[in-house]
Design a protein around this ligand. Structure first.
Ligand code: SAH
Length: 263
């Protein structure tokens, strides 16, 4: 199917930490670097066995934690041109704290919606409303969500993704806070009962992509349960995750479909 591909893709891969980018850069050819202050952006070519010999252009960076750093890096990635090709699609991958009962380490959460739970411009706007957009939740494009679910599920079913467990869709909450207390979880559940997981960048990157009109996918792997043990579990998990983060990123790069990217 993909071997008939006659367009070039240029995909942006963003994470908060180098461990979340993992081996991605090592797997690219002809890598060039661009430096913007303290941010390094790497661009190169991924030769996937699925696309004969036509490479995918990939631009990768890690931003540091939080909404400001990730928004800044997302904007830099979206503005990167490689081999005269603009970015078609940005994917943010990284780890998150599970809030929904039964979520475990190595479960994958692909949000159908993201909310910046610490945005509060009351009384001018209702709680959570992003003033620039006059809306509170940023939805993942259903075409992208279905595609991402399909390609990940296929790999999980074939047991070709060691370590990774179950795939979920749900609401992800983004805020400038490492959630590591029962009282913080209880508070989040009170204000947003349907919340699945928390992290510190996804909602911001989704907002940038929305405003820049660039297709976007956020993918999170559960590293901890946002409770008193979160910090410990998180740090142990991250050491292992850095070996396997590329396996997840690769699924998306190997199964691109031009139809949802509207190329
Ligand atoms: N455990 C570290 C802090 C991790 S910061 C320490 O103690 O120093 C958290 C990073 O992982 C962010 O990039 C965020 O997106 C993600 N994350 C994972 N678990 C999280 C949680 N429980 N709350 C918020 N962000 C979390």
């Amino acid at each position: 199917m993909n071997s008939k591909r006659d367009t070039s893709f240029h995909i942006g891969i963003l994470s908060a930490m180098p461990e979340e980018v993992g081996h991605t850069i090592l797997n690219l050819k002809n890598v060039i670097k661009a430096q913007y202050g303290d941010l390094t952006i790497y661009s190169g070519e991924w030769f996937s066995s699925n696309y004969l010999n036509k490479p995918i252009f990939v631009t990768v960076a890690w931003s540091g934690w939080g909404k400001v750093s990730s928004s800044r890096a997302a904007t830099r990635i979206i503005s990167t041109i490689y081999n005269e090709k603009k970015i078609d699609f940005i994917i943010f991958t990284g780890v998150a704290g599970g809030i929904k009962k039964d979520l475990k380490q190595w479960d994958i959460v692909i949000p159908d919606e993201l909310i910046q739970y610490d945005m509060d411009a009351r009384p001018i706007f209702e709680r959570f409303i992003l003033p620039a957009l006059n809306m509170d939740r940023i939805k993942t494009d259903p075409k992208i969500l279905n595609w991402a679910n399909k390609v990940v599920r296929e790999k999980l079913d074939k047991k070709e993704l060691p370590f990774y467990k179950n795939l979920y869709n749900g609401l992800i909450g983004t805020g400038d806070q490492f959630v590591a207390k029962k009282s913080s979880i209880d508070n989040l559940k009170t204000i947003l009962p349907e919340i699945f997981a928390v992290e510190m960048e996804g909602g911001a990157v989704a907002q940038v992509a929305h405003q820049e009109k660039i297709p976007c996918l956020i993918v999170r792997v559960i590293s901890d349960n946002a409770d008193d043990e979160a910090s410990l579990n998180f740090n142990e998990f991250l050491k292992l995750y850095q070996k396997y983060s590329w396996d997840l990123i690769k699924i998306f790069l190997d199964n691109l479909e031009s139809k949802f990217l509207q190329l």
